[in-house]
Ligand binder design. Structure first.
Ligand SMILES: [Zn+2]
Length: 314
């Protein structure tokens, strides 16, 4: 656990590897909220962080999840079982999947197979319906009087939301404001790029959500992958530039190449090239093997998302 401020701590969930996916513990006047909970394998880490802060499970009022992808919300049911009064706050379109996770489990099992599924995600437990709050866009929930605003921010997924904390001058952006691994920080600052996962990528919506976050004039962007970024205008610009070149590239690939592995290969090449090129421009020093190790999975997932989107365009 590391302190961002005395009332906000970042917990490394150790999902896949060190500093890949975080969860946030926010405190105010003796009450607490989690933002993101990762998988049930991370539940002991979240509870340990709570105890380390001298808080009991009864002190947690809210568990926010930005969307229901399993590295953000897979452990919600397991965590809520340990927190007697907490409510789970989720976008209304994600709520049903938290209450009945069978579709999430089936989807992930189809992708990963049962063994890898168990190793990555542990057990995925349902959340009792009466403990789920389906967030409205612009809704204010209070943590001991401290306002936390839920913003519907589609783009990465239709049911994605961000959480604005005016008091802490920050926005918890889930996966809609890109990701920036610490291992790839550069002399010019974070190496931030969009996450364009299948199957709900909506580039226009993502740009609008990014703009909405920019207009909040945050001092901090709190990423799930990974950590706090001090605001600078370059961040939004970088996301725009990547999305522009990737969507243009995806449409070109779909136009020029037959459906099948050639498209995916071309898309992955484009992403690899644009990512590395920008990283070097920022002065990034990691060697090629380290760079590839941190970006490979995102290159694959992002390429699939972009092609899935491009193939649906008229
Ligand atoms: Zn994620």
């Amino acid at each position: 656990m590391e302190a961002h401020a005395k009332d906000l701590h970042l917990i490394d969930t150790h999902y896949v590897r060190h500093e890949q996916a975080g969860a946030w513990l926010l405190e105010h006047e003796g009450r607490a909220a989690f933002v993101e909970c990762n998988t049930s394998l991370a539940t002991p880490r979240l509870l340990a962080a709570l105890a380390a802060r001298g808080l009991t499970p009864e002190a947690v009022d809210w568990v926010f999840v930005t969307h229901v992808h399993l590295d953000h919300a897979g452990g919600a049911g397991a965590l809520l079982q340990q927190l007697p009064v907490a409510k789970l706050v989720v976008h209304p379109a994600g709520a049903k999947h938290m209450i009945d996770p069978r579709a999430l489990i089936a989807g992930a099992t189809a992708v990963y197979g049962p063994d890898r599924m168990a190793a990555l995600y542990g057990e995925i437990l349902p959340v009792p319906a009466e403990r789920v709050v389906a967030s409205q866009d612009g809704q204010i929930l209070e943590l001991a009087g401290r306002p936390l605003e839920t913003l519907h921010t589609p783009g990465h997924a239709w049911h994605h939301m961000a959480i604005h904390d005016p008091h802490g001058q920050g926005v918890f952006t889930g996966d809609v404001f890109g990701l920036a691994y610490r291992a790839l920080y550069t002399p010019s600052g974070p190496f931030l790029f969009p996450t364009t996962a299948p199957t709900q990528l909506a580039p226009e919506a993502m740009l609008a959500s990014i703009q909405r976050i920019v207009e909040l004039e945050p001092r901090w962007i709190f990423l799930t992958h990974y950590g706090a970024l001090a605001w600078e205008p370059r961040l939004a610009k970088d996301l725009h530039r990547f999305l522009g070149s990737w969507t243009t590239g995806a449409l070109q690939v779909v136009r020029d190449l037959p459906a099948g592995p050639l498209r995916l290969e071309a898309m992955e090449d484009l992403l690899r090239y644009t990512l590395r090129d920008h990283y070097r421009r920022l002065g990034g020093q990691a060697d090629d093997a380290t760079f590839a190790a941190w970006t490979q999975l995102d290159v694959e997932i992002n390429s699939q998302g972009l092609l899935y989107w491009a193939q649906k365009q008229p």
